[in-house]
Write a protein that binds this ligand. Structure first.
Ligand SMILES: Cc1ncc(COP(=O)(O)O)c(C=O)c1O
Length: 341
């Protein structure tokens, strides 16, 4: 299995510091997560049937014509390569890079011909591919592609029976970037997650927006009761809670600015979204591992991306969840600046 952020058990093991003493900044998950309501008894007790209320809430929030609920976007990322296995053979798949590593990994598992391609090279790669996969905005770099460009690419792929898969897991802080509204087009597939903006990664829930025929095939592949009853109830409340969503967008914008400001003060230029910042090896003057280690020794767990072909090389900072966390980060960055900048 690939390594991911949020792996605090590795932090405990490697640095011999108890779990409770870590400041976990290794993910892009909103630390001020949606306050889950008390779940009704039947959600624990009954088999979780398909929920029209959940889908209606999701379609309204994401602006998509048709959606399928899945147990985290990860479930869709693992399943879509299987739906592309045809008698005609494997697909030629272009995956944008550097990016969320599961995409390339899952397509390779089923022996599709995977090419990883920098964002800047995607336009030229579209006509050589059956499937193109990208994240918008990108994790970890924060790169974005304009919706008009994505729709043009989807048209070019659709004309040949191809797919454009747009992973919008980090799209909730900037809904204007979304192409979910256009997924009646048969070549366009959009993935959304309640794990990031809503901070509900633990309930394992995401959505796929796509043409109904593809959603039916995916639903049949995933089988019955894919979403637990408690996950359904919590997500319905979160997706309908417009006041919380507006307040949270504003809160995250301020938190994102604060994080960017701290990194600038520490001599790092960075890119990212309101939920995380990315400092590349170049931004860090080659001191990526040193910074990651320096922070870990102070109980601050960052996501370090070690170098490999087409893998990013740098560190990602998530948001501290409270003032004590901000002060710890700020103090550690100040020490870093005094010693190394
Ligand atoms: C870009 C991206 N897509 C999808 C996922 C999977 O998210 P989930 O399965 O929690 O919806 C992640 C997790 O980190 C991610 O970063």
């Amino acid at each position: 299995m690939l390594e991911h952020g949020g792996n605090l058990r590795d932090a405990v093991h490697s640095f011999k510091r108890p779990l409770s003493e870590w400041l976990d900044l290794s993910t892009g998950i909103n630390p001020r997560f949606y306050p889950a309501p008390i779940v009704a008894d039947h959600a624990w007790h009954r088999l979780p049937e398909h929920s029209d209320d959940l889908l209606a809430a999701a379609k309204s929030f994401y602006g998509a014509p048709e959606m399928l609920a899945v147990a985290g976007t990860q479930a869709a990322i693992q399943s879509l390569p299987l739906l592309r296995l045809t008698a005609a053979g494997q697909s030629r798949v272009v995956v944008s890079a550097p990016s969320y590593a599961e995409h390339a990994h899952q397509w390779r598992r089923w022996e599709h011909q995977v090419t990883e391609c920098l964002y800047s090279g995607l336009d030229a790669a579209i006509d050589e591919a059956d499937v193109v996969v990208l994240c918008n905005p990108n994790n970890p770099t924060g790169e974005v592609i304009a919706p008009e460009t994505l729709l043009r690419w989807a048209n070019r792929l659709e004309a040949r029976g191809g797919w454009l898969i747009v992973d919008e897991a980090f799209g909730d802080t900037n809904p204007n970037l979304s192409v979910a509204a256009h997924t009646h087009q048969s070549g366009l597939i959009v993935l959304r997650s309640v794990g990031k903006f809503f901070g509900l990664a633990g309930i394992r829930l995401g959505f796929v927006a796509a043409h109904p025929t593809l959603l039916q095939r995916l639903a049949a592949h995933l089988g019955p009761w894919a979403i637990s009853g408690p996950a359904q109830q919590v997500a319905i409340a979160a997706l309908r809670d417009h006041a919380w969503q507006t307040d949270t967008r504003h809160y995250l914008e301020l938190q994102g600015q604060r994080l960017r400001g701290l990194l600038i003060d520490a001599g790092m230029s960075s890119s990212g979204t309101d939920l995380f910042q990315w400092a590349s090896h170049r931004d860090l003057s080659g001191r990526t591992e040193l910074l990651w280690h320096f922070m870990a020794e102070r109980g601050i767990w960052l996501r370090w991306f070690a170098q490999a072909p087409f893998r990013p090389h740098g560190v990602r900072f998530g948001l501290p969840g409270d003032e004590i966390g901000w002060q710890r980060l700020s103090h550690a960055l100040m020490e870093w600046t005094q010693q190394y900048v």
